[in-house]
Design a binder for this molecule. Structure first.
Ligand code: HEM
Length: 138
């Protein structure tokens, strides 16, 4: 009986782990992968004089930390996002569509550099793209 319980428990645990490994978060490289990718594309945007106006005087460390958390929460990594609402955060920054597209492009480049599969890349972009209406000022 104990053996049966033990193997049942083992099965449940294995199923749970398989499920965790199935997440987009895991395919992005988990905590380390998402942190690296995020750091890379934020650095790219924040150091590009064509699109970095809004990043002056910004605490990049916090932005990265919050973005990693948000990405984790939205890709099945199990995090709880503790930052502010996208609309409130980006209010008054006067972010243009061109700046938004530059960030998406920087993200795409970073995902490529990390060898993320096309469909996973598209899945992440599809999650972030609809946020445009809360971020870009019309
Ligand atoms: C889908 C795209 C984007 C996402 C998911 C996103 C997400 C975030 C997050 C999570 C934060 C931190 C929130 C907090 O501190 O509580 C943040 C802050 C910020 N974001 Fe974005 N962002 C996006 C696009 C952009 C773009 C295109 C720009 C400008 C080119 C931008 C500029 C900023 C700036 C300047 C801050 C810091 C604001 C401050 O601390 O006062 N973001 N963003």
């Amino acid at each position: 009986m104990h053996n049966l319980l033990a193997s049942l428990l083992g099965f449940v645990l294995a199923a749970g782990m398989a499920h965790a490994d199935d997440s987009l978060y895991a395919r992005l490289g988990g905590e380390a992968g998402v942190a690296q990718i995020t750091s890379e594309y934020i650095d790219a945007v924040a150091s590009d004089p064509a699109v970095n106006q809004s990043f002056e005087k910004v605490n990049l460390k916090r932005v990265k930390k919050m973005l990693v958390e948000l990405t984790c929460a939205l890709t099945g990594g199990g995090c709880v996002y503790s930052g502010d609402d996208m609309k409130i955060v980006h209010k008054n920054l006067k972010i243009t569509e061109r700046e938004f597209n530059a960030l998406v492009e920087a993200l795409r480049i970073s995902l490529d550099r990390h060898g993320i599969a096309q469909r996973d890349k598209n899945a992440l972009l599809a999650i972030l793209a609809p946020m445009k209406r809360d971020i870009v000022e019309k």
